[in-house]
Design a protein around this ligand. Structure first.
Ligand code: COA
Length: 151
């Protein structure tokens, strides 16, 4: 068990990537590649990429894009040994507050229909299901639930 007050949120850098990729591969059947993470870290002015860490240990991360008034959540994961301790919620709250500071007025995301844990976290943060994208995901093929929250 960690002390949540010892967990710090900050920008993701290339130094975090080995741990981020380990969490990513353990969290998803269709993980993002190193190249995808690097593209977000290097290329995009709209990408806001954060990690939650305790000293040198990465506990979780979020990739998001802040586009005009929208915060779009692209990827959220917490390492399995750190789950159910409030880190996912803490990162999301940090990011949505950052969006508000930048003038964003709403946030959107997609989540696999079967992913009850993530849907519950998003519902508890005030997101609601607004649409379904048929066969949005591959490996395995699955619908996405689109969720929306006003900021
Ligand atoms: C979804 C995920 C990011 C949640 O991270 P976390 O740090 O464990 O979440 P938190 O501890 O902040 O939980 C916040 C709330 O979410 C809900 N929740 C989280 N995990 C849950 C689970 N396994 N079962 C039921 N509810 C869950 C609960 O409502 C929880 O609040 P509570 O603990 O007060 O009951 C994490 O399970 C994960 O990395 N999963 C794999 C990757 C993934 O599915 N990402 C989302 C893709 S859209």
């Amino acid at each position: 068990m960690i002390q949540i007050q010892d967990v710090v949120i900050g920008p993701m850098t290339p130094l975090h990537l080995p741990q981020v990729l380990e969490i990513e591969r353990a969290s998803y059947p269709d993980p993002w590649t190193q190249a995808t993470f690097m593209r977000e870290l290097n290329a995009s002015k709209i990408a806001v990429t954060i990690v939650a860490h305790q000293d040198d240990t990465v506990c979780g991360y979020i990739i998001s894009w802040m586009i005009l008034e929208e915060v779009h959540i692209g990827n959220v994961a917490v390492a399995s040994e750190f789950r159910r301790q409030g880190i996912g919620r803490m990162m999301m709250e940090w990011l949505l507050e950052e969006g508000i500071q930048r003038g964003c007025t709403f946030s959107t995301l997609e989540v696999r229909r079967s992913n009850q844990a993530a849907q519950l976290m998003y519902q508890n943060l005030g997101f609601r299901a607004v649409a379904c994208r048929k066969t949005y995901y591959s490996e395995p093929v699955e619908d996405a639930i689109v969720m929306l929250k006003s900021l």
